[in-house]
Design a protein around this ligand. Sequence first.
Ligand code: ZN
Length: 464
Amino acid sequence: MSTTTDLRRPHASAGPNEKSMSTKKGNSRLAFHPMSAPDFIPAPLLRELQLSRLKTIVARAWERVPLYRDRLSAHSLTPDDVRSLEDIARLPFTVKTDLRDTYPFGLFASPMEEIVRLHASSGTTGKPIVVAYTQQDVDVWTSVMLRSFAVCGLHHGDIIQNAYGYGLFTGGLGAHYGAEGLGATVIPISGGNTDRQIMVMRDFGVTAVCCTPSYFLHMIERAGQLGIDIRELPLRVGVFGAEPWTGAMRERIEALTGIRAFDIYGLSEIIGPGVAIECPCQDGLHIFEDHFYPEIVDPDSGAVLPEGEEGELVLTTLSKFAMPMIRYRTRDITALLPGPCACGRTLRRMKRISRRSDDMLIIRGVNVFPSQVESALLDVEGTLPHYQIILSRTQGLDQMEVQVEVTSETFSDKIGALEQLHDQIADAVEHVLGIRVEVTLVEPQTIQRSEGKAKRVIDRRLQS
Ligand SMILES: [Zn+2]
């Protein structure tokens, strides 16, 4: 790797080809952390590393996890059949129900004495899914979170308010260890108690915040009510994830606060947050490919799709010991972006994920994603990005209502303006979805705020 970066002053110079990042809150040179070196590995070396790790992990899964051995055997495959990276397409998929079916520990490839951490998802139905980490896995997780923060221009001296939930959810501890690894100051405030969040943000001189984008919107709104303008605080970076959000939502957040808002991606089944991160070019998320091998497949046929084509993201963990995941179907819809990124990272990029195949609603035979409604709403002036979709069924016919909060200025305006806004929104939503849905304008603060993942859809169809 050719770089003129002076590692003796790791936080003072930018990474290869990286421009300094300027924000409305002043210029801050992008940091290059020594741990970020793998971000810039020449692609041929990266492929070699991936193949070597893939062989190791498939052999480990075969030897230690009955489900993988059975699946490979059923396809007449053994680990020796993995000779090139292309051979990965011959391996069977792993799906979420495999984790539920083997609850709690059936997919572990390490004995419990070697497992230092367990996390679990809060399953809305049935059993949760359980994930495990050896110390080495925790170290990998810390390193990819550290590299994520470094990509966002954070470094030692930053004060990071971690408002992801701590506990069985992977968000809190994942971000925590990464931020500490970076040498930043972590405030482990967890989610909730919004007034305290804002007090801490102001009084502690917080420079970066981690949470869901919808919760940050709630913080912005509450800060306004408390007479605090986030633009005047030292906060300059937001690392937002754990739910799909649109580019339009990012623009709104950045315009309201003057910060740079970065999209971070991850899932517990793979490691937690830190699978991929946006760089300052904000044109897709770099996948930490030295640890997670991405493929895009046709969600119906399972066939691997070429670069640039949209489909379901499938991930294979290349270095996870306690619980290897081979070709795990994420249900997230994206595409791998062709061509190099202007930032100089060699890690491939994926398009930001604005929808999951699980989120798809079928309304009167039409496929609808909540993110489409969000992008339509954000195109209309006078609304707040707080919205909810309510589904019901009348006489066997699906009904979809979009409730959207309007700004207090608009709401107190004369009635004609509200009607005009209503029609504008109904048109914008119809334009995006291709069907006319009911739109209801509601007063500010009507829709319940979430301190974690926003609940965008209320489905009452089964009750009616
Ligand atoms: Zn980049």
